[in-house]
Design a protein around this ligand. Structure first.
Ligand code: NAD
Ligand code: DAU
Length: 339
């Protein structure tokens, strides 16, 4: 198979490419990425010379460029990771989220239609379901939970999901959607909770916890997400949505304390700052469908995954130090300066 992986220079997309090259060496992988602030070519440096890998710098909204790539590569499948992915940035400036996450998705699917009804997988998020109350631990997101978004980011992802399902019904495009919970692991951009806290801890900087830090997220090691997408791509039923998550709910404050503990840093670094606007309280996935239909189960326990992740950030300081020494500093000042 020839597979176009969009957003492959980002966190999950790069981990997915490494997974696919290792598990399916007979496949050809084309990484299409615009290299926004979140894309990092150095992440892909070890695979750049592989004969079954090609990197193309391209915006998924660039219709002409995307069609030309389809003409050249004649892909069998597209897996769309490319997105603006950070909730806080979407609150600051929604428009690029609508452009990339919705318009970009439609351009990719139009190309799939134009070049022989190419198989299309949309990487979506549990955030499209909105949030759950903290005092109802019995509630979980299933694939039937109504879409009910909170942020411009989640709304743009929900808009894309609706378009994907419309392309199935209207044009018969062979699509699937996965909606995953919070990922963590190597190459996670240090604007997100876990890598930001690790980097700040290592630099003895304050650890900015939004509000009281009671918000709950359902954390999944990135490799487990990649395995789920691989399974859906090969064995998933066309037209279906699959929730992906590992029943690993943790409050933010407990994650931050755990990182302090693992890095032997004092909890006094923790600083409670103004809460995120519209902050979702709790996400929790019911993964029954993907387990019963495709046999998927998460393999990495959180206590092992977080240790591996912290080890990775310790061993790969140049990767994240280069990021936080650049434009990121302006972002950090804007986001946290007066918080
Ligand atoms: P990321 O921000 O780390 O990476 C996004 C990548 O997309 C970057 O390489 C960036 O350069 C590229 N990109 C952005 N706009 C583009 C455009 N217009 N054209 C081409 N490339 C573009 O994101 P991530 O955390 O790896 O998330 C990947 C996908 O998974 C997203 O669709 C996100 O919504 C979804 N998701 C993420 C999580 C999570 O916990 N991180 C969980 C569930 C779903
Ligand atoms: O649930 C899946 C989603 O998970 C993905 O769709 C998104 O792309 C991904 O960014 C992530 O969204 P979150 O908003 O949950 O992740 P983030 O790492 O930004 O924040 C996790 C929690 O930590 C959230 O409750 C906000 C809080 N937080 C975050 C940061 C960056 C803090 O308390 N302080 C911080 O500095």
């Amino acid at each position: 198979m020839t597979i176009i992986v969009t957003g492959g220079a980002g966190f999950i997309g790069s981990n997915f490419i490494f997974h696919m090259l290792a598990e399916h060496p007979e496949d050809r992988i084309i990484c299409l990425d615009k290299l926004t602030y979140a894309g990092n070519l150095s992440t892909l440096k070890d695979i750049m010379d592989k004969p079954n890998f090609r990197f193309v710098k391209l915006d998924i909204c660039d219709r002409e460029g995307v069609y030309q790539l389809f003409e050249e590569e004649k892909p069998d499948a597209v897996v769309n990771f490319a997105a603006e992915s950070h909730v806080d940035r979407s609150i600051e400036n929604p428009s690029i989220f609508l452009q990339t996450n919705i318009i970009g998705t439609s351009v990719l699917m139009d190309a799939c239609r134009a070049f022989g009804n190419v198989r299309y997988h949309q990487v979506s998020t549990d955030e499209v379901y909105g949030d759950l109350p903290l005092d109802r631990p019995d509630l979980f997101f299933t694939e039937e939970t109504p879409i009910h978004t909170s942020s411009p980011y989640s709304s743009s992802k929900a808009g894309a999901d609706l378009l994907v399902l419309a392309y199935l019904r209207t044009y018969g495009l062979p699509v699937t959607i996965s909606r995953c919970s919070n990922n963590y692991g190597p190459y996670h951009f240090p604007e997100k909770l876990i890598p930001l806290m690790i980097a700040n801890c290592l630099n003895d900087k304050p650890l900015p916890v939004y509000g009281e830090g009671k918000n709950v997220r359902d954390w999944l090691y990135v490799e487990d997400h990649c395995k789920a997408i691989d399974l859906i791509l090969h064995k998933g039923r066309i037209g279906e949505v699959y929730n992906v998550g590992g029943h690993n709910e943790m409050a933010n404050i407990d994650i931050v304390k755990l990182i302090c503990h693992e890095l032997h840093k004092p909890e006094s670094l923790i600083t409670h700052v103004t809460d995120r606007k519209g902050h979702d309280m709790r996400y929790a996935i019911d993964p029954t469908k993907i387990h019963s239909e495709l046999g998927w189960l998460p393999e990495t326990k959180f206590e092992d995954g977080i240790k591996k992740t912290i080890r990775w950030y310790l061993d790969n300081k140049p990767w994240w130090e280069e990021i936080i020494s650049g434009e990121y500093q302006n972002y950090y000042e804007r986001m946290y300066g007066n918080r």
